[in-house]
Ligand binder design. Structure first.
Ligand code: CUA
Length: 174
């Protein structure tokens, strides 16, 4: 998904660059007639259509479309300079988990990555608030917790982990 977004972005940037290049090149010359203008209009219309189609296709599975369920397992996450406290590091597979995030000092960014290094979700952790994010893990294994908000000199070192295991407490997995 991330690779696809990157590839599409690069292709669109290249196309946009070509439009600018064409505009600069044609700018210095005398009017070239309707043919060039028509071609330019077709190119711009094609870019607009491509942009709308790609936006719809790529934004459809975006994380904000996830709905919260009331019967989720609650896990408390506390961020501090420069550590994470997670009140349970053995999480069940296939069950909605609600991460309630707190901070003891400044704003942090609670981000969870799978073992392939893909960011699965993140939530900002703010002083005075409990920010929630819900997720259902469908792969057992080790997950890495990182901080995604610059919070001081050891921000990069604010790393933790937890494990997702099958059938914890007799939970059934779909
Ligand atoms: Cu905590 Cu960056």
């Amino acid at each position: 998904m991330q690779m696809m977004v990157l590839t599409v972005s690069l292709v669109l940037m290249a196309l946009l660059g070509m439009v600018f290049f064409a505009a600069i090149r044609s700018g210095g010359r005398a009017p070239a007639g309707n043919k060039v203008e028509r071609r330019r209009s077709v190119l711009i219309a094609a870019l607009l259509v491509a942009g709308v189609v790609i936006s719809i296709v790529s934004l459809r599975p975006w994380p904000q479309a996830v709905t919260m369920t009331a019967d989720a397992r609650t896990i408390n996450v506390t961020g501090g300079q420069w550590y994470w406290e997670i009140d349970n590091t053995q999480l069940p597979l296939g069950v909605p988990i609600s991460f309630n995030s707190h901070t003891k000092d400044v704003t942090h960014g609670f981000g969870v990555m799978n073992d392939a290094g893909q960011l699965l979700f993140q939530v900002q952790v703010m002083p005075g608030y409990v920010n929630q994010v819900q997720y259902v893990f469908d792969e057992p294994g080790d997950y890495k917790v990182v901080c995604l908000e610059y919070c001081g000199v050891a921000h990069h070192d604010m790393i933790s982990e937890f494990t997702v295991i099958a059938n914890q407490d007799g939970a059934t997995n779909g």
